[in-house]
Design a protein around this ligand. Structure first.
Ligand code: ADP
Ligand code: MG
Length: 286
């Protein structure tokens, strides 16, 4: 398959992101990852990760199509679906500039779609239909995927559909030094346990989801500080200002539950899907 390179649309931590046109006219995104600095083990893992991503076929996850090795430039090219609506970070910035607030209904629609995407990852299966009363899996299966870098910038909008993107690469490429590499910026969305050097779990993704939900309401992240040290202290205390009072107490309580400092006390994707409000919005999306 031949691709015509178009403009560079983003600069990631591992290379650049470019729009390309496939022979059949379809516009795709190509992530150009340089593996020059990686050792053999890391390279093997990178390929393994692509296989996982390819298998994550879900309407609310950015579709990864295939990858290609380009030995001349020491790059791996990752081809994926192009999301024309940009990411949530730019969307939130626009709301800030207009001093507008997102209607609560929109917030629930984003939330519902992100929970469905995360369910697919955490349970390695699609969520049962909203009409089914069957119990979701009670244990986390052997093979599951953690996102590890949920933040507004990694949530994309495509034709009004919310898609979780920029998957797992952080997990893979930044094992040695997660803070320094993943967060070129500030780790606003990092859970208290990950900050304390404990391994990430599905609950850490739930925390980050809580931060994104908070930011959609308040237009700024729940934990902010002038220094990394102060930020991590605030995150570990888990205290944050209330969201604007235009939003319901149902929404505010949900965000509080997601942002619970003790990971085992946070709701799971399975329990979130059972919420009445989610059932209602799932019906709308179906
Ligand atoms: P990184 O892992 O380096 O953070 P991302 O996948 O998050 O890379 O991409 C960085 C930026 O490139 C995004 O914030 C977005 O602006 C753009 N981008 C990435 N993937 C897509 C996509 N599938 N559709 C549209 N824009 C994208
Ligand atoms: Mg990113």
């Amino acid at each position: 398959m031949e691709y015509t390179p178009l403009e560079v649309i983003g600069r990631g931590s591992f290379g650049q992101i470019r729009k390309v046109q496939r022979e059949d006219g379809t516009i795709l995104v190509r992530k150009e990852i340089s593996y020059k600095a990686m050792n053999q083990k890391e390279r093997t893992q990178l390929i393994a990760e692509f296989r996982i991503l390819k298998a994550l076929d879900h309407p609310n996850i950015v579709k990864y199509l295939h990858h290609e090795h380009v030995p001349e430039t020491h790059e791996v090219h990752l081809y994926m679906e192009y999301c024309d609506g940009g990411d949530l970070a730019s969307f939130i910035r626009e709301l800030q500039q207009e001093q507008a607030h997102l209607p609560e209904r929109e917030i629930w629609l984003v939330f519902t779609q992100l929970v469905l995407a995360l369910y697919r990852c955490h349970y390695n299966t699609v969520a049962p239909a909203s009409t089914e009363t069957g119990e979701p899996p009670s244990t986390i299966p052997q093979s599951f995927v953690l996102h590890r870098d949920i933040k507004p910038e990694n949530v994309f909008i495509s034709d009004s559909v919310i898609k979780l993107g920029d998957f797992g690469l952080a997990k893979l490429l930044d094992r040695e030094n997660p803070l320094a590499n993943t967060y070129v910026g500030t780790p606003y969305y990092m859970s208290p346990e990950v900050l304390a050097d404990q391994p990430s779990t599905p609950a850490s993704d739930i925390w980050s989801l809580g931060c994104v939900m908070y930011e959609l309401c308040a237009l700024q992240p729940p934990f902010r500080a002038k220094s990394h040290l102060q930020l991590s202290q605030r995150i570990r205390e888990g205290k944050f200002a209330p969201i604007p009072d235009i939003y319901s107490s149902t929404l505010s309580k949900l965000i509080n539950a997601l942002l619970t400092v003790t990971p085992s006390s946070r709701p799971t994707c399975a329990t979130l899907l059972k919420l009445d409000v989610i059932r209602v919005y799932r019906h709308e999306l179906e």
